[in-house]
Design a binder for this molecule. Structure first.
Ligand code: OAD
Length: 239
């Protein structure tokens, strides 16, 4: 395990042909979106129900207004990509990076210009009717007077995200696994790596350039070839 060397990370990325970035909520804290388990994370806030339940499919089906109230207080609309998102899009355009794998649902990688983005937990940019599966975009969430968006057919419109209690989209997992298994460099950043199955994807990497960038310790630090216990925005500004 190495320590603290942004120069080495830059060198590895410059020489990479199919690097993969695997990230979590810490990638978007620099855009003003709170993470879950970090120092100002959502788990430290008081919610109407335990956060795990609000993010669970059972409570959503029992009363979708609880999730939508939570959604309105977590400020994702209007958030802009930060240096991390932008640099990753540049690395892809330059032919060094093949994919971004993310647990985030904020769509900021695409907004920054990344093209191959495997969204393990879905996206808030897409919604669909629970009954007839008609697709909607996030314009249905724009009116604050509408507590729970409803389809023309009367069904509840749900976000196309993976709630706790639901499985991940197989096609997305396969894409992410393929990218990670074939990666020459794997950079993991801004994730506590405690939520499965997502965290387990790190194990598909077969190379010798596993980089972990996180403000706090993770259960995978011991596996990494380089650990940067640092701020992602700061690190990516120096790449
Ligand atoms: P977490 O909040 O668990 O982890 C984010 C990590 O990023 C923490 O360890 C922070 O210390 C670190 N961090 C925050 N800002 C940072 C910065 N600027 N620079 C460096 N590190 C920073 O978020 P995830 O691992 O993404 O799932 O959480 C995984 C899943 O748990 C989420 O996708 C969500 C949640 O419940 C579902 O809702 C299904």
């Amino acid at each position: 395990m190495g320590n603290g060397d942004v120069g080495l990370l830059s060198e590895w990325l410059r020489g990479a042909e199919r690097a993969v970035f695997f990230g979590g909520a810490g990638v978007s804290t620099g855009s003003g979106i709170p993470d879950f388990r970090g120092k100002d994370g959502q788990y430290r806030q008081e919610w109407e129900y335990p956060l795990e339940e609000i993010l669970g499919i059972d409570l959503f089906q029992a009363d979708p207004s609880i999730y939508y109230r939570y959604h309105r207080t977590t400020s994702m609309t209007g958030a802009k990509p930060n240096m991390v998102h932008r640099k990753l899009a540049e690395l892809e355009a330059a032919g060094n990076l093949s994919a971004v794998v993310t647990q985030n649902i904020d769509g900021l990688h695409q907004k920054a210009g990344s093209r191959t983005v495997w969204e393990l937990h879905g996206s808030l940019a897409r919604l669909y009717c629970e009954v007839c599966e008609r697709q909607y975009d996030d314009a249905v969430l724009a009116d604050p007077a509408v507590e729970v968006p409803r389809c023309e057919c009367g069904g509840v419109i749900r976000p196309d995200i993976v709630f706790y209690g639901e499985g991940l989209d197989e096609r997305v997992v396969e894409g992410a696994v393929r990218a990670i298994a074939e990666a020459d460099v794997l950079v993991v950043g801004g994730t506590s790596l405690v939520v499965y199955p997502a965290a387990g994807l790190v194990n598909y990497y077969r190379g010798d350039k596993l980089v972990l960038i996180n403000a706090t310790e993770t259960p995978y630090d011991w596996k990494a070839d380089l650990v940067l216990r640092d701020d992602l925005v700061g690190v990516f500004s120096r790449i």
